[in-house]
Write a protein that binds this ligand. Structure first.
Ligand code: 4NP
Length: 152
């Protein structure tokens, strides 16, 4: 059986495309399907932010072919686990849930690791350093997620 994981942020151009690319790089694509979406829908059809593409490239991950899409209620039917980057994303996704089964699929990605923060900061209005920080936070979480999924 294929486990389906959805990574969600606000714009689906900075953080969740990185989360999609990083998790894909760590899991068996025959058994784990990974996608990403945004709750905002401001950039539908666009490529990830050039700064996300660049930081992914730096670590040999290609996210160039991803295109932005909006999170939809049907994603609760499609996906087994929905990882959100911050609490605002959590509230936005939960507001679209129809029942407790939907809501139980939604988790803060950094709750998978023990760090002093539990939200991936939005790097959109910051500089390149923000993207490096975001990459490493997501990478740490995806390492744990991949171990769990690969041994399922
Ligand atoms: P993301 O970052 O949620 O990590 O993709 C953002 C990208 C764009 C916007 C906000 C956050 N925006 O307002 O356009």
């Amino acid at each position: 059986m294929v486990t389906k994981v959805l990574m969600v942020c606000l714009g689906n151009i900075c953080r969740s495309p990185l989360a999609e690319g990083i998790l894909k790089s760590k899991v068996n694509s025959n058994t784990i399907f990974v996608d990403s979406a945004g709750t905002g829908g401001y950039h539908i059809g666009n490529k990830p932010d050039t700064r996300s593409i660049a930081i992914a490239n730096k670590y040999a991950i290609n996210i160039n072919d991803q295109r932005c899409r909006k999170f939809e209620t049907q994603d609760f039917d499609e996906f087994d686990i929905i990882y959100v980057m911050d609490k605002s994303n959590y509230t936005n996704v939960i507001s679209k849930s129809r029942n407790s089964k939907d809501a139980a699929k939604v988790k803060l990605i950094l709750d998978e690791v023990t760090l002093d923060i539990n939200e991936v900061p939005d790097p959109y209005y910051g500089n390149e350093d923000g993207f490096d920080n975001v990459f490493h936070l997501i990478d740490k979480a995806c390492e744990v997620i991949a171990k769990k999924l690969n041994t399922k």
